[in-house]
Design a binder for this molecule. Structure first.
Ligand code: CA
Length: 228
């Protein structure tokens, strides 16, 4: 049997942490918890979990700061993160996604919804044997290790940037609809996620330097990877 996928839950509210842990364990995941931002960050770097559920309001160190630091560390730079936020404001949710979180849930949320989102994200980062490397012009994707190479030099992409570019690279020359891109990254498409797509694309292009022009904006549709 394959090893259980490991999830780190960083949440100081005991009842929320217990509920989340109970439901994730029941869904077959191995769960560890931290009740403090600093400890959560230490555990993330030490244990390298498959996914992190991160509350934003935490003692010790707030969730955004923890998030920024784990994204900077090569051990966790591509680990999927689902943010838990108490803030209902659309702008706050957009901020979390633009910072590079893989998804977010606004409290109070249904534990079932969380389990669904976790499953969707982990399935998307799953790799079937034999399709480990994808090449497209100067781009090479190591899907197993979520590593991206531009003319054989590694470029640090966030997990969302990696998935976006890979989605285009696997369908070269064909315009991809915004909604298809969103559904591939987050499992569904809505206005909040849609508003962050162009920000992710802009950052991705910055990281590609001269090759940024390979990502073409297709007006009224979405994006396309040029085959020139
Ligand atoms: Ca909290």
């Amino acid at each position: 049997m394959a090893r259980k996928q490991r999830i780190l839950v960083v949440e100081d509210e005991r009842d929320v942490a217990d509920l989340v842990t109970y439901n994730l364990e029941r869904a077959g995941y191995e769960v560890s918890t931290a009740r403090d931002g600093l400890i959560g960050q230490e555990m993330a770097l030490r244990d390298e979990p498959d996914l992190i559920v991160l509350d934003l309001m935490l003692p010790g160190k707030d969730g955004y700061s923890v998030f920024k630091d784990i994204r900077r560390d090569s051990r966790t730079s591509t680990t999927p993160v689902i943010m838990l936020t108490a803030r209902a404001q659309t702008e706050d949710r957009i901020q979390g996604l633009q910072a590079g979180a893989d998804d977010y849930l606004t409290k109070p949320f249904s534990p079932k919804e969380l389990v669904l989102r976790v499953g969707a994200i982990l399935r998307r980062s799953d790799v079937s044997p034999g399709t480990v490397t994808v090449k497209a012009g100067p781009f090479r994707f190591d899907k197993n290790n979520v590593k991206f190479y531009l003319e054989e030099s590694e470029v640090d992409l966030t997990s969302i940037e990696f998935k976006l570019l890979l989605f285009l690279a696997e369908r070269p020359g064909k315009a991809q609809d915004r909604n298809d891109l969103l559904r591939n990254i987050w499992g569904y498409s809505d206005e909040v996620h849609s508003r962050t797509l162009d920000t992710h694309m802009k950052r991705l292009r910055q990281k590609l330097g001269d090759h940024a022009r390979k990502i073409e904006t297709v007006r009224g549709v979405g994006y396309r990877l040029s085959t020139d």
